[in-house]
Design a protein around this ligand. Structure first.
Ligand code: WTA
Length: 632
């Protein structure tokens, strides 16, 4: 093995200290076991590392593919393994969650304390009639109560549907309506860059459009006056002080295949899809992958700097770390508030050992220069992580050198809301190539296919697919199983289509290139063209709209919108601003177009579909490709 951090033909090798700790042999054994008999290898992990109320009879049921089922017949609850068993062990007094507010307020919850809060809130929800299978919408910022609310739902076997706190009125309304939630949990506001995001006001406006909600529970965070609708809205702290808030209620046993949560994500066309994850398989997959990739141990302070409202937060701020009995840090605010070293300050003060974030954040912080991180002691860090989009080698090297001091390997994890867990990623011992997510994890079989469905050649770009089921995979699109089959399993029958393009190099390393569909990644956030376009056409001035993602140095991509105006409407700069604000109000500030161009026509196929590919090629000054189907 090469020396510390040595770069050899593009490879960056881990140093001896990393290798000494990483449990390399264990992973070799599990990889081998997966190759021999994948379901049995997962069964071994599920049996030895988790508690079950009742064992399963079939590890993997493929009889109704692509509706795969895992640990069929087994009874468990993710909360049994995330909280209950730790509370029975020495870990009861270990910190489960360390939280820092943007205003520097801090709170630490031990496993026992977190469990008490979760039990109390679960009893409140139960008293309100929340039962197994009921959907509950959660719309909050990054505060401990979002975690408490999610776990309380899971404890009862209810299904949480978290809507990212950066989304706005129509995005929230659509997600509430689709899930048919009767109860919503929110906060008065969230702190961001010293300002209040008025979550409750947004919720009120969404509820004027969504009649299903009967009760809204409101956590007090920012303290400004909010409207409380009599008979509908209740304060969280009032409920938690009632005698019904029982700190010792039993976790409800559920089937391994019972739903744990819905998480809406954008796809190629139409409304966002409600990705459904389950208790059993997801639990096993999330914990195993977190252990393999980041080797989280009892002396670690793990910081996943994502938002709990996206899958990264669900899997790796909340469920994964708790399942491993780890200490997880959550930070409420912006990375550069009040100063550009806020993250490095947090890393130093809390002794963070593993930092997991997104390329866009790294690029954003890199812009402020090396002096900000250099004034902090980052020596406790031992591993770094990246997720959300391909990381460009320049950002990779800065992260590695300035934050990781050439000592900390970077785990570039490729995965999706749909996959639930890491799929392609190095582990600490893997030699790295900056910009590549390296190799599939044990049990994961990926391929790169050409248009015909044959394996693409070496270094040839093609469709990234997954060929075998895995425990953490989505089970369906809630309420629309047909769409599940059509969106993911029909382009190449029997194979899961990721929607990404990639190439594989001579060492078998995967280089993810980007989306092949209409999903746009803005600052690592996943947005769909359809949701933004429908917001634009909901404005009285717009007849038709098309949006595309154009490359941006910091944010990866930004939104460019093309609008055809209603006859007689003047194309003014004021209207541009009005439309940008309208999108922010309906979908959320992250979806705000960077530019809007007024046009007379949009390129369409003869059947009337907008050819965004052509718009994109025009912006990038590229060949427009095959336009034979373009309407002339
Ligand atoms: C992209 C986020 C390159 C990819 C966990 C994928 C990545 C989409 C990486 C899923 C990575 C995620 N390298 N691209 N390491 N990680 N992506 O559902 O396009 O928000 O399909 O899940 O992000 O986004 P999602």
């Amino acid at each position: 093995m090469a020396r510390s951090g040595e770069q050899n033909g593009g490879m960056v090798y881990p140093d001896e200290a990393v290798l000494a700790r990483a449990g390399v042999e264990d992973l070799r054994a599990v990889s081998q076991a997966m190759l021999v008999d994948m379901p049995s290898a997962w069964a071994e992990i599920a049996r030895t590392q988790f508690e079950w109320y009742e064992p399963w009879h079939t590890t993997l049921d493929e009889s109704n593919a692509p509706f795969y089922q895992w640990f069929v017949g087994g009874k468990t609850n993710i909360v049994l393994n995330a909280l209950d068993r730790h509370v029975r062990s020495w870990r009861r007094n270990k910190a489960a969650l360390i939280w820092e507010g943007e205003n520097y307020e801090t709170r630490t919850y031990t496993y026992q304390q977190l469990n008490r809060e979760v039990s109390r809130f679960a009893s409140v929800l139960r008293a309100m009639g929340v039962n197994k299978g009921d959907r509950v919408t959660i719309y909050m910022g990054r505060i401990p109560e979002i975690e408490i609310a999610m776990l309380a739902c899971a404890k009862l076997g209810a299904v949480h549907s978290v809507v990212y706190g950066g989304f706005s009125v129509e995005a929230l309304h659509g997600r509430i309506e689709d899930s048919q939630s009767r109860i919503a949990i929110t906060a008065d506001g969230a702190w961001l860059r010293g300002n209040v995001v008025p979550l409750k006001d947004i919720m009120d406006e969404a509820l004027q459009r969504a009649p299903t909600i009967q009760t809204v529970i409101v956590v007090k965070r920012t303290g400004q006056d909010v409207h409380m609708e009599p008979g509908r809205d209740l304060w969280y702290h009032d409920l938690m002080n009632l005698p019904i808030a029982d700190a010792h209620i039993e976790t409800v046993p559920v089937d391994a295949e019972d739903p744990l949560y819905l998480l809406y994500t954008s796809g190629t066309t139409g409304a966002p899809k409600a990705i459904l994850h389950t208790h059993g398989g997801y639990m096993v997959g999330v914990a195993a992958t977190l252990k393999w990739v980041f080797d989280v141990q009892d002396d670690d302070t793990w910081w996943c700097a994502a938002d709990p409202g996206w899958v990264t937060g669900h899997s790796y701020i909340i469920y994964g770390p708790l399942l491993l009995g780890a200490t997880s840090l959550m930070y409420e605010g912006a990375p550069n508030y009040p100063f550009p070293d806020r993250w490095w300050d947090i890393t130093e003060r809390h002794g963070v050992t593993i930092l997991y974030t997104a390329p866009t954040a790294i690029r954003g912080l890199m812009r402020f220069g090396d002096a900000w991180p250099n004034r902090h002691d980052l020596s406790k860090l031992r591993l770094l992580g990246s997720v959300g989009e391909p990381i460009n080698p320049e950002a990779w090297r800065w992260y590695h050198r300035v934050i990781g001091k050439d000592r900390c390997p970077i785990m570039d994890t490729w995965w999706q809301t749909e996959t639930g867990t890491f799929m392609i990623s190095p582990v600490p011992a893997t030699p790295l190539k900056p910009g590549s997510a390296t190799l599939p994890l044990p049990g994961v079989e990926v391929d790169v296919l050409n248009e015909e469905g044959d394996p693409a050649g070496l270094n040839e770009e093609g469709y990234l697919v997954i060929k075998r089921p895995w425990p953490g995979m989505m089970r369906t699109i809630y309420g629309d199983p047909e769409r599940y089959v059509n969106s993911y399993w029909s382009r190449f029958p029997g194979v899961y289509m990721t929607g990404d393009s990639a190439r594989r190099d001579e060492d078998g390393y995967i280089w993810v290139i980007g989306r092949v569909d209409d999903v746009i990644k803005v600052s690592g956030y996943r947005l769909g063209t359809a949701e933004i376009e429908s917001a634009l056409v909901s404005h009285r001035a717009v007849a038709e709209a098309a949006v595309i993602g154009v490359p941006d140095e910091v944010r990866g991509h930004v939104i460019k919108a093309y609008c055809i105006l209603i006859t007689g409407v003047e194309p003014t700069q004021r209207l541009v601003e009005e439309l940008r604000d309208h999108v922010a109000h309906e979908v959320g500030p992250i979806a705000k177009p960077a530019t809007i161009e007024f046009v007379e026509t949009l390129p369409k196929t003869r059947s009337g579909k907008i050819m965004r590919r052509v718009l994109k090629a025009r912006v990038l000054g590229q060949d427009e490709g095959d336009t034979s189907t373009l309407e002339q």
